[in-house]
Write a protein that binds this ligand. Structure first.
Ligand SMILES: Nc1ncnc2c1ncn2[C@@H]1O[C@H](COP(=O)(O)OP(=O)(O)OP(=O)(O)O)[C@@H](O)[C@H]1O
Length: 342
C-alpha cells in the first residue's frame, strides 16, 4: 500500500485496498492475522475481507476471537503475526490517516464516570480530527438523538445502565460521518427496544454507504442486520462471504411441490434417487444427485411439478455445523495448548 492519496479530501476514499477490475474494493482486510496471549491462541491465521458498503457480521461463540480481531483491526492490539489493512492503509503505520474515518464501539470506551453522557461525548468529539470546534455541539446532540439517549444525556455516566453505556459508546462512533463503523457486541445489555434502535442505526449507516462490521454471538442478530458474515470458531474463520451465499451453499435438499406424491416417489425410486414425502410433495436430499436431474426425472415420468425450492437452512444450522466441524478439526491443536497449560 502506498498511502499516496493521503491528501484525499474528506468524503473520498483514504486509499484503495483493491479497485481494479471486478474484484470488490475492501474497506478492511487482514492476512494471516494471529494473536497469542501466553499459551492461548486467541486468533489464528485469520484472513478477513470486508467489502466496501457491506454490513459484515462477525459471528462466533464466547471466546472465539471476535473482540481480539476487532481490536487488531482498529490498531488497539498489536498482532503477534499478520497484516491489517484499514480503508486501504496498512496498520498501524497508516492509523492516523484511516482512523478518523472509522467509528468504533468496543468494550470499555473509557468514558469519565463523573461527567454526564453529553459532557463525555463533547470531550470525545474534541479529539475528532474531522470535526470543527463550532460543529461539536450539533454533532453531539445529533448523535445522542440517534441512539435514543437525549433524555438522559445530562446524567452522570457513573449512574448509566449497561444499555445506556452501550448507547453512549455507539453515539461516540457516530459523531462524524464514517466510512467504516466497527461495533463489538452493540446490543449487549440492551432491551428489545434498544436492540431495534441499534438495528435501525446499522440499517441507516448501510443506507448512507458506510461499511459496518458488527460482532455478535447471537445468530438472529447477524441474520437480521448483515449482508455478509464471517463465522469464527476457536480463533479461526471457518466460513465467510455473502450471507445469502453462505446459507445457499449449506442447503442440500430440494423440496418439490406436487399433488402426485406417490407417482413422484415411484419415479424417483426407479431412478435410484432417494426421496420421501414432504408437506405438499416430496423432499429429495441432493447427495448423489442434482436438482436438474430430479426435475428431469419427474417431468419425464409425467409428474406435475408445481414448484421446486432449495431448502434454505437457517444460519443457526450453518453455524452449528461449521462449529462442530471446527471442533473436530481443531481438537488436536486445542489439546496441545491445554496440555501445555496444565
Ligand atoms: N488480554 C488478554 N489476555 C489473555 N487472554 C486473552 C486476552 N484477550 C482475550 N484473551 C483470550 O483470547 C480468546 C479470545 O477472546 P475474545 O475476547 O477475542 O473472544 P470473543 O469472541 O470476543 O468472546 P466474547 O464473545 O466472550 O467477547 C479467549 O480465550 C480469551 O480468554
Amino acid at each position: 500500500m502506498t498511502g499516496s492519496d493521503v491528501s484525499a479530501p474528506a468524503g473520498e476514499r483514504v486509499g484503495s485496498a483493491r479497485g481494479a477490475g471486478s474484484t470488490p474494493v475492501l474497506a478492511a482486510r487482514t492476512r494471516g492475522l494471529r494473536k497469542v496471549y501466553g499459551r492461548t491462541v486467541a486468533v489464528d491465521r485469520v484472513d478477513l475481507e470486508v467489502p466496501e458498503g457491506a454490513v459484515l457480521g462477525m459471528l462466533g461463540p464466547n471466546g472465539s476471537g471476535k473482540t481480539t480481531t476487532i481490536r487488531m483491526l482498529l490498531g488497539l492490539v498489536r498482532p503477534t503475526e499478520g497484516e491489517v489493512e484499514l480503508l486501504g492503509e496498512d496498520m498501524p503505520d497508516g492509523a492516523a490517516r484511516a482512523l478518523p474515518h472509522v467509528g468504533a464501539l468496543v468494550e470499555g470506551p473509557g468514558f469519565h464516570p463523573f461527567l454526564s453522557g453529553r459532557e463525555n461525548l463533547v470531550r470525545a468529539a474534541a479529539f475528532e480530527p474531522l470535526l470543527e470546534t463550532r460543529a461539536i455541539r450539533r454533532a453531539v446532540e445529533d448523535a445522542l438523538e440517534r441512539v435514543g439517549l437525549a433524555g438522559a444525556a445530562h446524567r452522570r455516566y457513573r449512574g448509566y445502565s449497561l444499555g445506556m453505556k452501550q448507547r453512549l459508546g455507539l453515539a461516540g462512533a457516530l459523531l462524524v460521518p464514517r466510512k467504516l463503523v466497527v461495533l463489538d457486541e452493540p446490543t449487549n445489555g440492551l432491551d428489545p427496544a434498544g436492540t431495534r434502535e441499534v438495528r435501525k442505526v446499522i440499517a441507516d449507516l448501510h443506507g448512507s454507504g458506510s461499511t459496518v462490521v458488527v460482532s455478535s454471538h447471537l445468530l438472529s442478530e447477524i441474520e437480521a442486520t448483515c449482508t455478509h458474515a464471517a463465522v469464527l470458531h476457536r480463533g479461526t474463520v471457518v466460513a465467510q462471504g455473502e450471507l445469502a451465499d453462505l446459507l445457499q451453499s449449506e442447503s442440500n435438499a430440494l423440496l418439490v411441490s406436487t399433488p402426485e406424491v406417490d407417482e413422484a416417489l415411484n419415479a424417483l425410486r426407479a431412478a435410484r434417487i432417494s426421496a420421501r414425502q414432504w408437506t405438499g410433495g416430496v423432499r429429495v436430499e441432493l447427495i448423489s444427485t442434482t436438482a436438474p436431474e430430479v426435475l428431469r426425472t419427474l417431468v419425464q415420468a409425467g409428474v406435475p411439478v408445481h414448484e421446486a425450492l432449495r431448502q434454505r437452512t437457517g444460519l443457526e444450522d450453518l453455524f452449528a455445523r461449521l462449529t462442530e466441524a471446527g471442533d473436530a478439526e481443531h481438537m488436536s491443536a486445542v489439546d496441545t495448548i491445554e496440555e501445555g497449560s496444565r
